[in-house]
Design a protein around this ligand. Structure first.
Ligand SMILES: [Zn+2]
Length: 336
């Protein structure tokens, strides 16, 4: 695990400003998109050193290194890219995103006037928000146990090293490991809206989600629009999924909901993630949004029967929307 490294320049910022913890949707968006890049001078922060997320005197969100921290009048939170967040999930606002679905799901969406976010532990993939392969759990535990053994005897600045017997040290390290693993379970209760990043259509995904003999469609949006659609969700994060070879690695500590198995890399997924209410056992929630803004166009499956396109257009109109309905680019004729 990379160590945190606070330089005198960083310390000056901490001495001047206390963290308020006030992270607005716009600031969260900036923190996700900039990750380790200063939003004022575009300098990348050295791993281990903090970035400072907060606001300037006009309330404009900033994510800056010590280089530009003089512009901050409020520090919301420091971030440690590469340490406490190990994955850069940044995705361009202009990235086109697709959702392939059957007609029933599409109609449900029009009725609900929003996007349904299921809990990740209700999805098919048992590796959702997993740390790694069960057969490699001990290896992971041993690594973090060693880390916590150091932590429990490391002095807090200004204080002497804690005086612990070897047994106390071991017991304390074991306790921290247990707590660490328990808190990671919270990621399994997060809610997600899953999308496929691609500039055009994918025949593979048409076959997977709308196979021949069914009537399906795809809707298209952009990553920046997903941020806008979740503006009322303070916890919302839109990011790119990383595909991990779990034979060799583990999911990122705080971004495991953005980690999936390498065998799913064809999904090229971007997802919007929101926190769930722990007391809610319903398995998901609708996030109301302006579908007229979210859905750029509707593409009818190339495998759907010919009558289907006009039915889709009629149903859209009945619900008061005016989405453009297109036929699939897969149906375009070749020349030889
Ligand atoms: Zn800077």
């Amino acid at each position: 695990m990379t160590e945190i490294d606070i330089t005198p320049d960083d310390q000056k910022v901490f001495d001047r400003l206390n963290s308020t913890g006030r992270i607005t949707h716009k600031l969260k968006q900036l923190m996700t998109k900039q990750w380790n890049i200063c939003s004022l001078c575009s300098r990348a922060t050295t791993v281990g050193r903090p970035n400072f997320a907060g606001y300037d005197s006009n309330g404009v969100p900033l994510l800056v290194g010590a280089c530009c921290a003089d512009n901050l009048v409020e520090l919301a939170s420091p971030t440690y890219p590469g340490v406490t967040s190990t994955l850069n999930i940044t995705v361009e606002d202009s990235q086109p995103l697709w959702r392939y679905m059957d007609f029933a799901k599409f109609v449900a969406m029009l009725i609900q006037k929003g996007l349904y976010f299921p809990r990740v532990d209700k999805l098919d993939d048992p590796f959702e928000a997993a740390t790694g392969l069960a057969r490699r759990e001990k290896e992971w535990d041993d690594y973090y146990l060693e880390f916590f053994r150091d932590v429990v005897v490391s002095p807090v600045p200004g204080y002497a090293s804690p005086d612990l017997s070897p047994e106390e040290r071991e017991k304390e390290a074991q306790r921290l490991l247990r707590e660490f693993k328990a808190t990671s379970l919270v990621h399994r209760s997060k809610l997600v809206s899953c999308w496929h990043a691609n500039t055009g259509e994918s025949e593979a995904l048409w076959r997977l989600y709308c196979p021949p003999g069914t009537a399906g469609l795809a809707i298209r949006t952009k990553a920046g629009t997903l941020w806008d659609a979740t503006v009322n969700e303070r916890s919302a994060v839109v990011g790119r999924v990383h595909y991990i070879d779990f034979r060799k690695g583990y999911a990122g500590i705080n971004e495991r909901v953005f980690c999936k198995r390498l065998s799913l890399s064809h999904e090229s997924e971007v997802r919007a993630v929101i926190a769930s209410d722990p007391s809610d056992t319903s398995g998901g929630r609708i996030v109301s949004c302006n579908l007229g803004m979210v859905i750029e166009c509707v593409v009818v499956s190339p495998f759907a029967p010919v009558w289907f396109a006009s039915t889709v257009a009629e149903v859209i109109a009945k619900f008061g929307f005016a989405f453009e309905v297109r036929s699939s680019e897969l149906l375009e004729a070749p020349f030889y």
